[in-house]
Design a protein around this ligand. Structure first.
Ligand code: SF4
Length: 420
């Protein structure tokens, strides 16, 4: 937990701006940042927690893993001439104190949705926030989860060194204490059917994420030793990396998480191959810096062309790229440099190039999809089925934890309006 001296230093640095760009422009959840910081300044952590509870129940998680530099801290007035206020660490601190002291036991519940039954499918950030905001108004919420434990991407997609499992467990405990029921080891379309749930419940919220690893459709992608980044993190089924050379393809946080995990598991050399420049990397700056410190090599402006091997991966062919400003594009795009191809000996390749919904499930739910193959929702997160809402990565919005939590909360608000 953040030390007291640090907390004081951070809160004293906040200008308590009247206009709140950190909250209104930066934070997807619109957390009231200056007001909670002011409460911390006054030494009233319970009050700070209650202020944050108006918009989120995932502060201990978001405070640690959100891309703050692109969200709240990226809009902080202090950041114009120097460093922004360290909002993420302060948010995590408030929740850490609250969870440790059980402040959540004092959350006041209302009975607006008393007697209403709601099924929430999946237990990632969208589902957890949705369940919490519904339970807080008295709904009878049951979470269905395909895995043994709750948390979805937070448990199975984010390594412990970024989000300790104890913090996640405490966060979930806080939410379940609102009276939410849980049914695990039940997967939609395998052990439970949407239509059955619709008959049993007043509303069903779908938050099953999109965690099937994307492919590049290059030669050799089917060889042994090629892994999807998401599945590798999710199932933890790693090969023995001792003395091995690994290439991780991609530039997002999943690529960083994979590379750092693999290095910690003993790989000799881990190379992140990214076709754009460092400044264009979607991964958070602090994750890139940590990866560099841990000895990960970065091959910026390089692209993979093919994976070579007879049965298993033996080498990869890469090509260098240059960034070109093209008409109609708002940022420079990478273009392969002719005859710059080269080969690297590699034992394993990890594809961290995005993820997609599980087609086996999503295509068979009988719900309308949008043009990108995600579940189509209206402005109230309602799907084409009148009893079914959806949120998070499943609806193809910006794939960050805070945006998922936002969609869960907003869907809960719409469900409350609908059921009242
Ligand atoms: Fe504090 Fe920065 Fe928000 Fe201003 S913009 S209130 S300085 S956190």
């Amino acid at each position: 937990m953040l030390e007291k001296e640090r907390v004081k230093e951070y809160v004293d640095y906040c200008l308590n701006c009247k206009v709140k760009p950190c909250s209104e422009k930066g934070c997807p959840l619109s957390n009231d940042i200056p007001t909670f910081i002011q409460a911390v300044k006054e030494g009233d952590i319970k009050k700070a927690y209650q202020i944050l509870l108006n918009t989120t129940m995932l502060g201990a998680v978001c405070g640690r893993i959100c891309p703050h530099e692109k969200q709240c801290q990226g809009s902080c007035v202090r950041g114009i001439k120097g460093d922004p206020v360290n909002i993420g660490e302060l948010e995590a601190y408030v929740f850490d104190v609250a969870l440790k002291n059980g402040y959540y036991k004092e959350i006041i519940k209302t009975d607006e949705l008393k007697g209403k039954k709601i099924a929430v499918i999946g237990s990632g950030p969208a589902s957890l926030n949705c369940s919490a905001f519904l339970a807080r108004v008295g709904a009878n919420v049951t979470i269905y989860e395909k895995m043994e434990d709750l948390g979805g991407i937070l448990r199975y997609g984010i390594p412990d060194f970024r989000l300790p499992k104890t913090i996640l467990d405490d966060t979930i405990q806080q939410i379940l204490s609102l009276g939410i029921k849980v049914k695990t080891n039940l997967k939609l379309r395998s052990n439970i059917e949407l239509e059955t749930l619709c008959n049993e419940y007043d509303v069903v919220f779908l938050g099953i994420g999109a965690n099937i690893p994307g492919k590049m459709n290059i030669l050799g992608e089917e060889l042994n030793g090629v892994y999807g980044g998401n599945s590798l993190l999710e199932n933890g089924n790693h090969p023995d990396y001792t003395g091995k050379k690994v290439a991780v393809i991609g530039g997002g946080n999943v690529a960083m998480d994979c590379a750092r995990t693999i290095k910690r598991l003993g790989a000799d050399e881990v190379n992140i191959i990214y076709r754009r420049a460092e400044k264009q990397m979607p991964a958070e700056k602090k994750e890139i810096e940590e990866a560099k410190k841990e000895g990960i090599n970065f091959l910026f402006q390089n692209n993979i062309v093919q994976i070579i091997g007879s049965e298993k991966v033996e080498k990869i062919e890469c090509i260098k790229t240059e960034l070109v400003k093209k008409e109609g594009e708002d940022r420079e795009v990478p273009v392969d440099i002719e005859n710059s191809n080269y080969f690297i000996d590699i034992d394993y390749v990890v594809m961290a190039v995005g993820s997609n919904p599980d087609r086996e499930v999503v295509d068979k739910l009988g719900l309308e999809l949008n043009q990108n193959g995600y579940i189509k929702v209206d402005e109230n997160y309602k799907t084409s089925h009148p009893k079914v809402y959806a949120g998070g990565d499943l609806i193809g919005q910006k794939a960050t934890v805070a945006w998922a939590a936002y969609s869960g909360r907003e869907a809960a608000k719409a469900i409350i309006q609908n059921l009242k």
